[in-house]
Design a protein around this ligand. Structure first.
Ligand code: PLP
Length: 447
C-alpha cells in the first residue's frame, strides 16, 4: 500500500458503536473498570491511554515505519510482530498485566495491513508511536529517560528550545553534551565517547536548513560499537534520534535509514493548519525503550489531549497532498529568490547551491516547504524586508497552509545562534506566483 493510502486510512476504522466514518473524539478522562481495577474495555484513565490518541499513534506509526522509497514504490512492513510482549504497563493504579491485553490484539493486527482491529482499538502491531502534548514534551520525555553520567551529541543548528533544554536542564541532571556541526558526519565520530547514549539529529535543521547524512551517522555509531546485527541496543551503542518535523514521513524516512527514534512537532506539518499543538516519538518497535518512554509520559504527564489527537489525525489525512504542494511552492520561491539583488544566500536543500543538496537528494524524496534566506546587510535590513510583506504573515511556527516569515534572531532572543540577517520562510499552499510577487516587492524589486 502506498503512503497516500495509509495517510487516508490509518487509525481510521469506522466507530464500532455507530459505524461513523469520521473517528469519534472520546473526551472521557476515565473509563469504567472492575472492582479490583480490572480493565474492561482497554482503557482506564486519559493520561494512560485513550481511544482517540490510540488512533493517532497507529497512524503515525504506520506513516513513519512502513517502507516508502521514492514515489511509486510499494509500502511493506519492516518487520513482523513476533517480538515478546511480556513487558507490563504502568497505569495510575499500579502495574497491570497489560502484556496479555496487547498480545491478545496481535493476531488481529497482523491480519490487517492498516493495523486496525475489530474492537475499535487502532493498533499498529510492530511499531511504537507515542503522542505527546508538544514537540518539546516529546523531546523532554526522551531526555528524561537518560541516566546521570550519560553524554549526548547535539547538532550546532537545532531548534532553539532543544538547545535551551540542553543548556538549562541537562547539567542539572548530570548529563554531559557536545555540540557539533553535523553537516560532516566525521564531526560526530570525533565527539563520540564510551558514555554517549544519544545522538540528536535534526535534518533539515531549524532555521539554517543544514542537512545531516542520517545513514552515515548510523554507520559510524554501528562501526564504533561493532554492531553487526539488529540487536544493537544490547551493545550499549547510542541511540540515533532524528527530528523529522521539517521533512515529515512523506519526504524522509529516518527509521529506514537506521535511526532508532523519530521525533515530530506535530504542531507543524502533521497538524497542518496552525491550530493544534502536539508532538510524537516513533520507534521501530515496542521494545524496552518504548515502555520507558510510555512510563515517562504517563508519570510526568506530557500527553496529547483527545481533541488535539483528533485534529492531528485529521491533519495526517492530507499530509502527502499538502507536502507535495508545499515543496513545489518552496522550490519555485527558492529559484525565484536565488540571485536577487537584495539576497545574500537562499538555504533550500532543493537548490544545487545548497551545501547539503547531494545528501538531501539521496535521503529525501522531496525537499519540503521550509527555507531560510540571508538578506544582504544586517539585522535591520532583514527586519525591513519582513515588515514589507503583504501576503506572508510575520509569525512564528511553520507547516500550516498559510505562508509565514520570521526574523529568527528576534524570535529566539538573546543567545540566538541564527544569523542576524536570516529570515525563515514557511512556504504555504497559496499560488506560488503570488508568494514570489510578495517577496520580490518586499525586497524592493518590484511586484
Ligand atoms: N522540532 C522542531 C524542528 C521545531 O521547529 C519545533 C518547534 O518549532 C519543535 C521541535 C518543538 O515543537 P513544539 O513547538 O510542538 O513543542
Amino acid at each position: 500500500m502506498k503512503l497516500e493510502t495509509i495517510a487516508v486510512h490509518a487509525g481510521g476504522e469506522p466507530d464500532p458503536a455507530t459505524a461513523a466514518i469520521a473517528p469519534p473524539i472520546h473526551l472521557s478522562t476515565t473509563f469504567e473498570h472492575g472492582p479490583a481495577t480490572e480493565i474492561l474495555h482497554g482503557y482506564t484513565y486519559v493520561r494512560d491511554e485513550n481511544p482517540t490518541q490510540d488512533r493517532l499513534e497507529a497512524a503515525l506509526a504506520q506513516l513513519e515505519c512502513a517502507r516508502y522509497g521514492k514515489p511509486g514504490q510499494e509500502l511493506v512492513q519492516l518487520e513482523d510482530s513476533g517480538e515478546s510482549r511480556s513487558v507490563g504497563m504502568h497505569t495510575t493504579h499500579g502495574r497491570v498485566a497489560s502484556g496479555e491485553r496487547r498480545a491478545e490484539g496481535t493476531e488481529r493486527e497482523k491480519a490487517d495491513p492498516l493495523g486496525r482491529d475489530v474492537t475499535g482499538k487502532a493498533r499498529e502491531a510492530t511499531t511504537g508511536a507515542l503522542a505527546f502534548a508538544s514537540g518539546m514534551g516529546a523531546a523532554a520525555a526522551l531526555l528524561q529517560t537518560l541516566e546521570p553520567g550519560s553524554h549526548v551529541i547535539f547538532p550546532e543548528d537545532v531548534y532553539v528550545h532543544v538547545r535551551l533544554a540542553q543548556q538549562d536542564y541537562l547539567p542539572n541532571w548530570r548529563i554531559e553534551s557536545s555540540v557539533v556541526d553535523m553537516s560532516s558526519a566525521k564531526n560526530v565520530e570525533k565527539a563520540l565517547r564510551p558514555e554517549t547514549k544519544l545522538v540528536w539529529v535534526e535534518t533539515p535543521s531549524n532555521p539554517r536548513m543544514s542537512v545531516t547524512d542520517i545513514a552515515a551517522i548510523v554507520r559510524i555509531v554501528r562501526d564504533k560499537w561493532r554492531v553487526t546485527s539488529g540487536e544493537w541496543r544490547d551493545t550499549g551503542a547510542p541511540l540515533v534520534l532524528v527530528d523529522n518535523t521539517f521533512a515529515t514521513p512523506v519526504f524522509q524516512r529516518p527509521l529506514e535509514l537506521g535511526a532508532d527514534i523519530v521525533l515530530h512537532s506535530t504542531t507543524k506539518y502533521c497538524g497542518g493548519h496552525s491550530d493544534v499543538q502536539g508532538g510524537a516519538l516513533v520507534l521501530r518497535k515496542r521494545d524496552a525503550l518504548y515502555e520507558k518512554l510510555y512510563h515517562t509520559r504517563l508519570v510526568l504527564g506530557a500527553v496529547c489531549s483527545p481533541f488535539n489527537s483528533w485534529l492531528i489525525l485529521r491533519g495526517l489525512r492530507t499530509l502527502p497532498c499538502r507536502m507535495e504542494r508545499h515543496a513545489a511552492n518552496a522550490m519555485a520561491v527558492a529559484l525565484a529568490l536565488e540571485g536577487q539583488k537584495g539576497i545574500e544566500r537562499v538555504f533550500y536543500p532543493g537548490l544545487r547551491s545548497h551545501p547539503g543538496h547531494e545528501v538531501a537528494a539521496r535521503q529525501m524524496s522531496g525537499f519540503g516547504g521550509m527555507m531560510s534566506i540571508l538578506v544582504k546587510g544586517g539585522w535591520e535590513d532583514a527586519v525591513r524586508v519582513a515588515s514589507r510583506v503583504k501576503l506572508f504573515r510575520n509569525a512564528t511556527s511553520l507547516g500550516g497552509v498559510e505562508s509565514l516569515i520570521e526574523h529568527r534572531a528576534s524570535a529566539e532572543g538573546p543567545g540566538s545562534t541564527a544569523p542576524k540577517n536570516l529570515l525563515r520562510l514557511s512556504v504555504g499552499l497559496e499560488h506560488a506566483g503570488d508568494l514570489i510577487e510578495d517577496l520580490l516587492q518586499a525586497l524592493g524589486g518590484g511586484g
